[in-house]
Design a binder for this molecule. Structure first.
Ligand code: NAP
Length: 258
């Protein structure tokens, strides 16, 4: 399917690896020029080179997207973009009593206030030009809590509430905002979560992965490529009537009828 977005410009945050990279790859495949970002310059440059190999312009900015200075640098380099994919690392797991105010502030900064700041910066231009797409990478934890990820549950639900209203305020200008909710995908983040199971339960990494996969109706982890393809569809011309939705990509793991 031609996604109809060749020649458009996208900013994909936190995209040297994992799900962000999957989204950048799928958008590059659709002919979208990219600004990509991550903190570590080495993997970021490697990803930029790989994406350029798909024949699109790529600007790579090494910066912490959760800091005001990092965002300013990324936004300056990206210029006017038609497509925004927000993403950042997820907060650490723990117990409900582990976290202090500073931990909550860090999670809110990374997974709620950063995407909101990026939308506030880029939505006006999209609305003025009469077309835009925003996809926020959130988590299945928004639909059904993951008990040990209390910081993530809290921050991402806050973002979801903001998007629910905002998406309906900008839709008349041809701009859609949706959230894409990953369940478990085979990335470094999944490795980190599985490692904490290995440490707390004294099992091997292979056992931890098998046990987790067994809880998913698809009986496997998702791939960054599958996730990226779903993101690119939401950014396409065909998805203009999908507004303010929370779309699960979780292999059926969230046990709900709707
Ligand atoms: P990942 O494989 O660990 O990749 C994270 C990417 O984001 C890397 O490129 C990393 O590069 C970059 N990054 C992290 N923090 C950043 C920051 N502050 N500023 C700029 N770049 C940053 O993670 P992932 O699995 O793709 O997960 C992406 C998001 O989806 C996370 O919020 C995660 O919690 C959420 N999620 C993932 C899963 C899953 O199963 N994978 C499930 C549900 C939710 P640098 O480290 O060099 O900055």
């Amino acid at each position: 399917m031609d996604l109809g977005i060749s020649g458009k410009r996208a900013l994909v945050c936190a995209s040297s690896k994992g799900l962000g990279r999957g989204c950048a790859e799928a958008l590059a495949e659709a002919g979208v020029a990219l600004t990509i970002n991550a903190r570590s310059p080495g993997p970021l440059q490697e990803t930029a080179e790989a994406l350029r190999g798909r024949g699109v312009d790529v600007t790579a900015i090494a910066a912490d997207i959760t800091s005001e200075a990092g965002r300013a640098e990324v936004l300056e380099a990206a210029g006017p973009v038609d497509i925004l994919v927000t993403n950042a690392g997820g907060p650490p797991p723990g117990m409900w009593h582990d976290w202090e105010r500073d931990d909550f502030i860090a999670a809110l900064d990374a997974n709620m206030l950063t995407p909101i700041a990026l939308m506030k910066a880029l939505l006006p231009g999209m609305m003025e030009r009469g077309w835009g797409r925003v996809v926020n990478i959130t988590s299945q934890s928004v639909k059904a809590p993951i008990p040990q990820l209390g910081l993530s549950n809290a921050a991402r639900t806050g973002l979801t509430g903001y998007v629910a209203g905002t998406a309906r305020q900008v839709a008349e200008k041809g701009v859609t905002i949706n959230n894409l909710l990953p369940g478990i995908h085979a990335t470094d983040r999944a490795d980190a979560l599985d490692r904490s199971v290995v440490e707390t339960q004294g099992i091997t990494m292979e056992d931890a992965r098998e046990r987790r996969a067994a809880t998913i109706p698809a009986r496997r982890y998702g791939t960054a490529a599958e996730f990226g393809a779903a993101c690119a569809f939401l950014c396409s011309v065909h998805a203009g009537f999908i507004v303010g939705q929370n779309i699960l990509a979780d292999g059926g793991a969230t046990n709900a009828t709707i």
